[in-house]
Design a protein around this ligand. Structure first.
Ligand code: NDP
Length: 500
């Protein structure tokens, strides 16, 4: 019998006792893993165990795939009209709205992000995303192709079947919504693995999915480790598609596993090292505010984090002064305190990884202008860190740190900065700050990135495509672009009188 997580939240913004079963969610039931093992979930604020959740194994992936196939062949897929899928998704939206504060509190406890951000961005964005795709469920259409008068030819956009989805820990609920939203709208069934660092909101969502009345087996969620459960999903012979969000390193493994097994369809949302370009004519106060948000929001654990900040030489000194002041003013601490901007990094592993990048920057001769060390004595807090005096060969300039660490680089002109900004193997996002419309558009168009922001950063919408150029990914999430990831196109030729 899987264990129950019980927790009394006593924060100014949320006071309540929550309690729910933490088993694997297979075929509409909460069950133990086949090996009866569990995974401890750690509170990043103090390093203590919050609870434990069932550990999935490859055997459990098989069971989940069986359930997902059975549902696809009977109660979902082509057996449920889009309008009915839409109704169920709308019920889920209503339940998410009803439990929004609880979901935000779980995210803050488990991930360390602030309750306020979790509520206003993660939970609000997840609700918005499921609502958006609920609207699509009865609007998945093919086309009629004109061929000859004695033939009718049309295409159907059919669901692919059982899809595997593997998500990271930085936006646990939002990544789940981005994945299950389009998959369910198109009629697929799902086997999803959250990160074992942050499984709580995904498990809570399973309770809401059950309460909403989704048929058993439509959504299956297995908490488990990447190299076992994750690998079993990406290499499974009866999973037709895998969608992954995470690091470029693991993305490559997913693609290899897909190729080695059944050549399943693959979409990847991977890492980034996004440039944030500030020209001389930018509104400097706004540029500073956005640059701080760009890198330090979500503790730098954002795939689009503006971690390379390029500032034109004419305003460099002024920008530097104000950027330092603003960074110094950020409050670090308890994710549930109303004025906290930055909580802890998600895990000890991530904390150590970020600190080793900071040490490598120092050793390579970069200058730490602020931060560069842990904050406090318990938990995984790191002070916001600004490096200057960097050169393009340094690891801190080239590699994704995924923490509150940025490099500040002075540039001369447009040509110079575009060359430097594009000098990365990533291409997820980029931002440009200027009042000159021509320069803004010209720069945005020449940057090699899947998203280009002008005078803003880290801005997302459910109906706007998101994804990477180069090694930042394959395919697009959000908007109607994501629907193409979850449909298989079938051409039907009907003979209306052509005799042989
Ligand atoms: P990882 O790539 O380490 O892990 C992502 C997920 O994959 C986790 O659930 C992980 O499980 C699982 N996994 C690990 N190894 C395997 C494997 N061999 N086969 C199948 N699954 C596996 O990323 P993180 O969780 O550390 O997240 C941070 C990374 O994600 C950053 O690089 C970031 O840029 C990227 N990211 C990209 C986004 C985008 O949209 N482009 C959005 C959010 C994050 P386990 O936890 O057990 O390792």
């Amino acid at each position: 019998m899987p264990s129950t997580f019980t927790h009394e939240f006593n924060a100014p913004a949320f006071k309540a006792k929550v309690s729910f079963n933490t088993g694997l969610f297979i075929n509409g039931q909460f069950v133990d893993g086949s090996d009866n093992t569990t995974i401890d979930v750690i509170n990043p604020t103090n390093g203590k165990v919050i609870t434990s959740v069932s550990e999935g194994t490859p055997k459990d992936v098989d069971l989940a795939v069986d359930a997902a196939h059975a549902a696809f062949d009977t109660t979902w897929g082509l057996h449920t009209p889009g309008a009915q899928r839409s109704r169920l998704m709308s019920k889920l939206v209503a339940l998410m709205e009803k439990n929004a504060d609880e979901l935000a509190a779980l995210e803050a406890l488990d991930n360390g992000k602030t309750f306020n951000w979790a509520r206003n961005i993660d939970v609000a964005g997840s609700i918005d995303c499921i609502r958006y795709y609920a609207g699509w469920a009865d609007k998945i259409t093919g086309q009629v192709q004109e061929t000859t008068e004695d033939k009718l030819t049309y295409s159907r956009h059919e669901p692919i079947g059982v899809v595997g989805q593997i998500i990271p820990w930085n936006f646990p609920l939002l990544m789940m919504a981005w994945k299950i939203g389009p998959a369910l709208a198109c009629g697929n069934t799902v086997v999803l693995k959250p990160s074992e660092f942050t499984p709580l909101t995904a498990i809570r969502m399973c309770h809401l999915i059950k309460e909403a009345g989704f048929p058993p087996g439509v959504v299956n969620v297995l908490t488990g480790y990447g190299n076992t459960t994750g690998n079993a999903i990406s290499s499974h012979m009866r999973i037709e598609k895998v969608a992954f969000t995470g690091s470029t390193l693991v993305g490559r493994k997913i693609m290899e596993a897909a190729a080695r097994s059944n050549l399943k369809n693959v979409t990847l949302e991977l890492g980034g090292k996004s440039p944030n370009i500030i020209f001389d004519d930018a509104d400097i106060e706004q540029a500073v505010n956005w640059a701080v948000f760009g890198i330090f929001w979500n503790h730098g654990q954002t795939c689009t984090a503006g971690s390379r900040i390029f500032v034109q030489e004419g305003i460099y000194d002024e920008f530097f002064k104000r950027f330092m002041e603003k960074t110094q003013s950020l409050k670090i601490g308890d994710p549930f305190a109303p004025d906290t901007f930055q909580g802890p990094q998600v895990s000890e592993i991530q904390f150590n990884r970020i600190m080793s990048y900071i040490e490598s920057g120092k050793a390579a001769g970069a200058k730490v202008e602020i931060g560069g060390e842990r904050h406090g004595s318990e938990g995984y807090f790191i002070k916001p860190t600004i490096f200057t005096n960097v050169d393009p060969s340094m690891k801190i300039v080239q590699e994704e740190i995924f923490g509150p660490v940025c490099v500040l680089i002075k540039f001369k002109d447009e040509e110079d900065v575009i060359k430097q900004a594009n000098d990365t193997l990533y291409g997820l996002a980029a931002a440009v700050f200027t009042q000159d419309l021509n320069r803004a558009l010209n720069t945005a168009h020449r940057l090699k990135a899947g998203t280009a922001w002008i005078n803003c950063v880290n801005s997302f919408n459910s109906n706007v495509p998101f994804g990477g150029f180069k090694q930042s990914g394959i395919g697009r999430e959000c908007g109607d672009y994501a629907l193409t990831n979850y449909t298989a196109v079938k051409a039907v030729h009907v003979n209306l009188g052509h005799k042989m």
